[in-house]
Design a protein around this ligand. Structure first.
Ligand SMILES: Cc1cc2nc3c(=O)[nH]c(=O)nc-3n(C[C@H](O)[C@H](O)[C@H](O)COP(=O)(O)OP(=O)(O)OC[C@H]3O[C@@H](n4cnc5c(N)ncnc54)[C@H](O)[C@@H]3O)c2cc1C
Length: 265
């Protein structure tokens, strides 16, 4: 099936994009998630506003304590190291596991987070890394921690006419460790279960996040207990999700164990 007809407008800069969206329209970046939805007619916007060439969204800013990755940076640019990776390779490795190269060439960091598929790689990885989403909209600019940005399956904190402009990834402290595990039926597919673990004692950041649960990433209580082996991963997940059958959780528990092993080995 082909999409319903729509107008296509490529914005010149952030101000232009904001004005076009205020007049009505839906943003598009890499079109890798929106395209299939248009073709299935799950969405029928009258107008698409292309953000993929906006200079403000294509920028990478290296700061003392973080790197700001523009929302229109593609998965492939992160994979290839063309965009600075403050983690020394954790982002590159995650990017390489998204879909296949043709999708990574077009798909963007911001598009993935704005789409907020519960099984998406950036949704869990950026939550695990304590990243912050930078938004710009009719009311001005604001910052939202990733754990508050994704509010549910395919739901975000983006308001009407707001644009995700960048993602701020903190520079890990000395000796920081990371574990990311994704179970997928085939290499490059969306996760069936995923988990991310950050052990950054110097910066005071300890995080155990579980993804692909059909909701926003779950941040587990007592990450120190999990990281130090005092809390059992299965028990932690059962406590956090008491309504779910234990059988359903086996894959998620294993993903969490593997991410913990990678971050603590
Ligand atoms: C075959 C296939 C396999 C895939 N496998 C995986 C996978 O294994 N892991 C994974 O994580 N992803 C996977 N994806 C999804 C892929 O990563 C997409 O690139 C990503 O989800 C969307 O990015 P995009 O730039 O294409 O966004 P688009 O499709 O252009 O837009 C997606 C949504 O975000 C909105 N949007 C886009 N940019 C912005 C912005 N800056 N501000 C506000 N709203 C915005 C759009 O309005 C739309 O609602 C797969 C996709 C395909 C087609």
């Amino acid at each position: 099936m082909k999409s319903a007809p729509f107008d296509y407008l490529a914005a010149d800069d952030l101000a232009d994009a904001g004005a076009l969206l205020r007049e009505g329209g839906k943003p598009v970046a890499g079109n890798q998630s929106l395209g299939p939805m248009l073709n299935l007619r799950l969405v029928r916007p009258g107008r698409l506003v292309d953000l993929s060439g906006l200079p403000e969204l294509r920028r990478v800013e290296e700061r003392e304590d973080c790197v700001r990755l523009g929302a229109a940076i593609t998965h492939a640019e992160i994979e290839d190291g063309e965009a600075a990776d403050p983690t020394g390779g954790w982002l590159r490795a995650a990017a390489a596991g998204i879909a296949y190269r043709a999708v990574r060439n077009r798909g963007t960091l911001g598009g993935s987070l704005a789409h907020a598929d519960p099984a998406a790689d950036w949704v869990i990885v950026m939550t695990g890394l304590c990243a912050t989403a930078l938004l710009a909209g009719p009311e001005g600019a604001r910052r939202v921690p990733l754990e508050d940005f994704v509010t549910g399956p395919f739901a975000t904190a983006l308001g009407e006419g707001e644009i995700l402009t960048a993602v701020e990834v903190p520079r890990p402290g000395r000796g920081a460790r990371w574990g990311y595990w994704k179970f997928a039926r085939q290499v490059g597919e969306f996760a069936k279960a995923s988990a991310a673990v950050l052990v950054d004692r110097e910066a005071g950041r300890l995080r155990c996040a579980v993804g692909a649960l059909g909701r926003q990433p779950l941040l587990l209580d007592d990450p120190a207990g999990l990281i130090e082996g005092r809390v059992d991963p299965g028990e932690a997940l059962r406590r956090a999700l008491p309504e779910r059958a234990v059988e359903d959780l086996a894959l998620h528990v294993t993903a969490l164990r593997r991410a913990l092993e990678a971050a603590t080995a």
